[in-house]
Design a protein around this ligand. Structure first.
Ligand SMILES: Nc1ncnc2c1ncn2[C@@H]1O[C@H](COP(=O)(O)OP(=O)(O)OP(=O)(O)O)[C@@H](O)[C@H]1O
Ligand code: SF4
Ligand SMILES: [Mg+2]
Length: 330
C-alpha cells in the first residue's frame, strides 16, 4: 500500500489518459474521448460540462464499465477496475452507479418502482434476492417517495418522482460514487432545484461522491465543488467551481460562460463581454490539427494550428489546455 493510501489521500476515482474510440471497421473511427485525466475525492462533486457531442456521456459510460476504454486507466481507490476478474468487477458495479436523463432507461415500465429499485441489489444477492425489498423501501424513502407510491408503475408518477425513483435504484447498492448524466435536463426548473437539493442532502448524509454531467453551467455551479470542461473529447479546463466560473483560463470556458450569463452570479460578473461561441463543433472523426478549439477560438494564432497545447497546471489545482491560458486569466 502506498503512503497516499495509508494517509487516506487516495482519490475515490482516478481516471488517467482515458481514450474511447467508436467504430473503425469500414468507417472512420470516432475519437469520442481523448486522453482525459481527472480525479474525484470521497464526498466530492465534480461537474462535467461541454456542448453536445463533446464526449461527456462516453466518459460516464466508460467509468461505469458500459463502454470499454480504448486506452488509459480507471481506478477506484487505487485499484484498476475494468481489467479485473468478475468478482472485482461486480464489487465495482455496486460502488459506482449511473443515473440517466431518461428515468425510463432504469425503470421497467411493467414493474412497480419498488421492484425496479430492488433489482440491482436482488441481482447481487442472487438466491437471497427477497432480502432486497427492505433496502429498496429504505432507498425510496430516502429520496422522498412515500410508501403509498412504492407499488405504482413508472407511468403513474410525475417526471420528478420518476427521477427520484431512478436515484433510489442507484442508491440501493450503497454506492460510493453516483454518475448523474443530464439527470435534471428534462425537468421543470422548480423540480430541478428539488432534485439538486436531494443530491446535496444525500451527499451530506451518506458521503456520496458525484460526477455530475450537464451542458447547463448554472445547474452545475449549484452543486459542483470542481468543474471540468470538455471540448471535442478532451479536457479544456478543470478547477474549483468558483475559480472556473470567475476566472476561466480557457477561451472555450469563457465562451460557454458568455453564452450562459445566468450561470455567473452577480458577484462574479466583470462587465466585460467575451465573444459568444459561434460555429459548429467539428467532427471527432476529423478533428482540427493542433488545438482542437482553434477553428472557433477568437484568440487562435498560427502556433495553435501547429502545436497541440499541453494540459497544464496554471495555478495550484487549476489546469487548462491553452498556449495562452495566462493571458486569458489576466
Ligand atoms: N455508440 C456510438 N457509436 C458511434 N459514435 C458514438 C456513439 N456514441 C457516441 N458517439 C459519438 O461520440 C461523440 C461523443 O458523444 P457523447 O454522447 O459522449 O457526447 P455528450 O457530450 O454526452 O453529448 P450530449 O450533450 O449530446 O449528451 C459524438 O460525436 C457522438 O456522435
Ligand atoms: S491554444 Fe490557441 S486556439 Fe487553443 S484555446 Fe488557446 S488560443 Fe485558442
Ligand atoms: Mg450525453
Amino acid at each position: 500500500m502506498t503512503m497516499a493510501a495509508l494517509n487516506g489521500s487516495l482519490p475515490l476515482l482516478s481516471v488517467a489518459d482515458l481514450s474511447v474510440r467508436y467504430g473503425g471497421r469500414g468507417t472512420s473511427p470516432v475519437h469520442a474521448v481523448n486522453g482525459v485525466t481527472f480525479t474525484i475525492s470521497k464526498g466530492e462533486t465534480l461537474g462535467l460540462i461541454g456542448e453536445s457531442g463533446s464526449g461527456k456521456s462516453t466518459v460516464a459510460r466508460a467509468v461505469v464499465g458500459l463502454q470499454p476504454a480504448t486506452a488509459g486507466s480507471i481506478r477506484l481507490k487505487g485499484v484498476e477496475v475494468w481489467n479485473q476478474d468478475a468478482a472485482s468487477q461486480r464489487a465495482a458495479r455496486s460502488s459506482v452507479q449511473i443515473v440517466f436523463q431518461n428515468a425510463n432507461e432504469a425503470l421497467d415500465p411493467r414493474a412497480s418502482i419498488a421492484v425496479s429499485v430492488s433489482e440491482p441489489l436482488a441481482r447481487r444477492l442472487l438466491r437471497r434476492s427477497s432480502q432486497a425489498a427492505e433496502p429498496a423501501r429504505r432507498a425510496l424513502e430516502l429520496v422522498g417517495l412515500q410508501p403509498s407510491l412504492h407499488e405504482r408503475l413508472p407511468r403513474e408518477l410525475s417526471g420528478g418522482q420518476r427521477q427520484r425513483a431512478s436515484i433510489a435504484r442507484a442508491l440501493v447498492t450503497s454506492p460510493e460514487l453516483i454518475i448523474c448524466d443530464e439527470i435534471v435536463s428534462a425537468l421543470d426548473v422548480s423540480v430541478q432545484a428539488e432534485i439538486i437539493n436531494l443530491l446535496i442532502d444525500l451527499k451530506q448524509a451518506q458521503g456520496i461522491s458525484y460526477l455530475f454531467i450537464s451542458h447547463d453551467l448554472g445547474v452545475v455551479s449549484n452543486i459542483a465543488d470542481r468543474i471540468a470542461v470538455m471540448y471535442l473529447g478532451r479536457l479544456a479546463e478543470i478547477g474549483r467551481s468558483e475559480t472556473v466560473i470567475s476566472r476561466p483560463a480557457h477561451p472555450y470556458t469563457r465562451a460557454l460562460l458568455a453564452s450562459q450569463p445566468q450561470a455567473i452570479s452577480r458577484r462574479h460578473r466583470t462587465g466585460e463581454k467575451p465573444a459568444v461561441l459561434s460555429g459548429a463543433i467539428p467532427s471527432p472523426a476529423s478533428p482540427p490539427s493542433g488545438c482542437y478549439f482553434r477553428t472557433r477560438c477568437p484568440m487562435a494564432v498560427e502556433l495553435c494550428a501547429e502545436q497541440p497545447p499541453e494540459f497544464r497546471e496554471i495555478h495550484p489545482g487549476h489546469w487548462a489546455a491553452c498556449h495562452f491560458a495566462e493571458a486569458v486569466l489576466s
